[in-house]
Design a protein around this ligand. Sequence first.
Ligand code: HDE
Length: 744
Amino acid sequence: MIMAKTPPPSKSSKAKASVKAKVTAADLSSSDIGGESPEKASALPADAAILPTYAEAQGSGGETHQVAGGDIAPLTTQHGIPVADDQNILKQGTRGPALLEDAHFREKMFHFDHERIPERVVHARGYGAHGYFELTESLADVTRADVFQRIGERTPAFVRFSTVAGSKGSPDLARDVRGFAVKLYTQEGNWDLVGNNIPVFFIQDAMKFPDLIHAAKPEPDRDFPQAQTAHDNFWDFISLTPESMHMIMWIMSDRTIPRSLRTIEGFGVHSFRFVDSEGKSIFVKFHWKPKQGLQSVVWNEAVKINGADPDFHRRDLWDAINAGDFPEWELGVQLFDDAFADSFDFDILDATKLIPEELVPVRIVGRLVLDRVVDNFFAETEQVAFMTQNVPPGIDFSNDPLLQGRNFSYLDTQIKRLGSTNFTHLPINAPKCPMAHFQQDGHMAMRNPKGRVNYEPNSWGPTQGGPREDPVRGFTSFAETVDGPKQRVRSESFADHYSQARQFFISQAPSEQKHIGDALVFELSKVERPDIRSRTVSHLIHVDAALAETVADGLGIGLPEAAVAARAPIDDLPPSNSLSIVKNGPDSFKGRKLGILLSDGADAAIFKALLEAVDDEGAVYEVIAPKIAGVTLSDGKTVAAKHKIDGGPSVLFDAVAILVSAEGAASLALDAAARDFVTDAFAHCKYIGIGKDAEAIFVKAGIAEDLDEACPPIAKPSDAKAFIQACRALRHWPREAAVDLDAQ
Ligand code: HDE
C-alpha cells in the first residue's frame, strides 16, 4: 500500500516523533492531509513528527491487516487473485479521481450492493441450529418412512424458529406465534415438518392466507405498527372471521411470549397420513415436547426485554448450545383412524381444531437434540428453504385445505426468495442421501448430471443411462378414493368456531386466564374503531361469558349482543391439562439464569455458596454491578461484571439475588436503574433472594413492606441452596394480585 507522506521522513525526525507531540488530523485541514504540493508540505511545523501510515496506525493496536509473504493466506478477489491493498481505491495520483480499471474495488462494491435477498414474506425473523433426531420407538407397524424404522438411529436435523409478523430486524419478544420448522435429512430424502408452537391456525382455507397476513402486518399506508397485532386491521379481519377465535385464545395467552425458544412446544398442526408398506394409511398429528418444560414471561416483561435485549431469544439459544446445555424435544405422534375421525366432534381436516390428548394420547417415539450453532447465519438460517411438500415415502398429506394450499406456496416462495430453482444445491438444503435426476441448468447450477444422457426413458443401459423410477421404493400417494362435484365451498363440518376456544380457556390456570383477558384488553385498546372492539367482544361471549365481561369492562364498554354463531357451540367439553403452560412447567431451575446484583464489599461466602447452588441445579448466573469492571467482595477478591446495572435489568433473568454491602445498598438506593431492578423483578412475580444488607434498596424502591415468601433472605451461605431450590417454581403467581390493580 502506498500512503503519501510529506515530507519524507529522516531518521532524526522519526526519532523526534517518540518524544514530541504528533501532528494530528485536527491540526491540519483535510486538504492538507496527503497533499502532494510542496507548498502545503512546507506548511508543516519544522519539528512536526510525520503521521503514521494507515498500516502503521492499524498495527499499533496489535494485529496489522498486512502480511508480506507470511504463513497467513493472502486476501484474494473472488477469482483468487491476491490483493496487495484493500484500503484504498486505485486513483490517479494521491488526490485524483478513481480509475475504472480498479477491478478489485468494483467486484467488492458490486457484491456488497447485492448482499440482501428478500426477507421471508412471513416468518422473516428466525434463528436456526443443527442437531439430530433419534428414534426411540419404532413406527414400522404404521409407516414405511425410513426415519421411523430403526430404534437408536440418528437423522441429521436443522431447525429454524421464527416469529411470524415482524420483519427480519424486529424484536424477539413480540407477541406472536413462533414458527418451529424442522428439516430432517432422512435417508429417503428431506422431510420438512414446518410447524408452529401453537397446534391450531387462524383460518381454515388457504385462500384466506394473503388476507390474514396483510391484516396482521403493518398497515400499508403508514407501514406501522411493526411486529404486532394490536391494530385496527388485524382485529377488523379477526372480528369478521369467527373461525379464528380458537387461535385468538392461544395468541392472547402467554404461549406467544415464551421465555425461550427452548421452552416452546412444536406442532405439525394439520392431520397428516402415515402409509405402511402395504399401502394402508392411518392419520397422524405431530408434537414436539420440550424437555426443558414450558415457560413464558409476562407481558410487561416482554415489552421491556424488547428494549433491553431485542435478541433475547437468539442469544439464549446461542448461549445454551455453546455452553453444552443442548435443548431437547420429544417427538410425539397422535395416531387415529377413520373411525375416530368419523366420531370426533370436529373435522380432522380443520386446522382450527386440535385433538385433545385425553382423547388420543401422544405416543413418544423419538427425541430431537440441538447441539450445534450455525457457522454462518446467512448461509444456513437465512438460506434454508422449508417446504411442506417435502415428505418422504411413508408420510402423506391429508385433504386439509390449508395444508393443500401450503403445498403450492412454499416452492414458489423459495424460488422468489433465493432467486433460482437451484436453491437445493445450497448445502443447507441439499439432501444428505443419494440423489439422481435429470433436472438441469438454470441460475447458479452447481451439480448438473455428468455424461451424455439427460432424459429418460433412454436406451443407454444401466451404467450410462442414469437413474430410473422405482415403483417399490419410490413415493406413492395414498390411494384415497375421492368423489364429488367441483365447487368452492366450506364443509359444514368446519362450522363450530367457539367450542374449542372455550375448552382452551377453561383449561388454563387462573393466572393464565387473567393474562388472556389482559392481552385482549391491551390489544383492543390499541384499536381505534369502537365497532371493531365490540364486534370482537361479541364473539368472546360464545367462548366464555366471564371473559367477555372482563374484556368489555376493561375497555369500558357495555357487553354487546352475542355474535350470530354458524353453529351452536358445545359448552361441556372437558378441560385438558396439556393446554396450560403453568401445568406443564419444569420442576427444576436447570437451564435458567440467575441475575446477581453485587456491590463492593458484598459477602464473599454467600456469593460463593450461591454460585455452587446455581451450578448444582444446572442453572447459570450473570453478575450485574455498578461498574462493568466489577466489584471487590468482602474477602478482597474481585469479580468481573457481565452487565453494568442499566444494561442488565432484571427482565433478562429468571430470578435475582441482591448481594450488597450496607454501603453499596445505600448508594444503589439512589440509582433509578437499581430500584427498577428490584421493582420489576417483584412486579414480574420473580423469586428474589435478599442479601443481609440489601434492605435500603427495597425501602427506597417502595416495596419493602410488600415482600412475600418468594423474597427469602440469603443472610448466610447455607440459605443459598434453599433459595435456588425455591426458584424451581419459576414464578410466584399469587403475588400478581398484589401488583396489578385489575387483579385486586
Ligand atoms: Fe407458512 N409460509 N403458510 N405456515 N410457515 C412460510 O415460506 C403459508 C402456515 C410456517 O423458518 C413461507 O419460506 C401459507 C401454517 C413456518 O423458513 C410461505 C399458509 C403453519 C414458516 C408460507 C401458511 C405455517 C412458514 C414464507 C396457509 C404452521 C417459516 C417464507 C395456507 C403449521 C419457515 C417461506 C422457515 C413460512 C406460506 C400457513 C408455518 C409464504 C400459504 C398453518 C414455521 O411459503
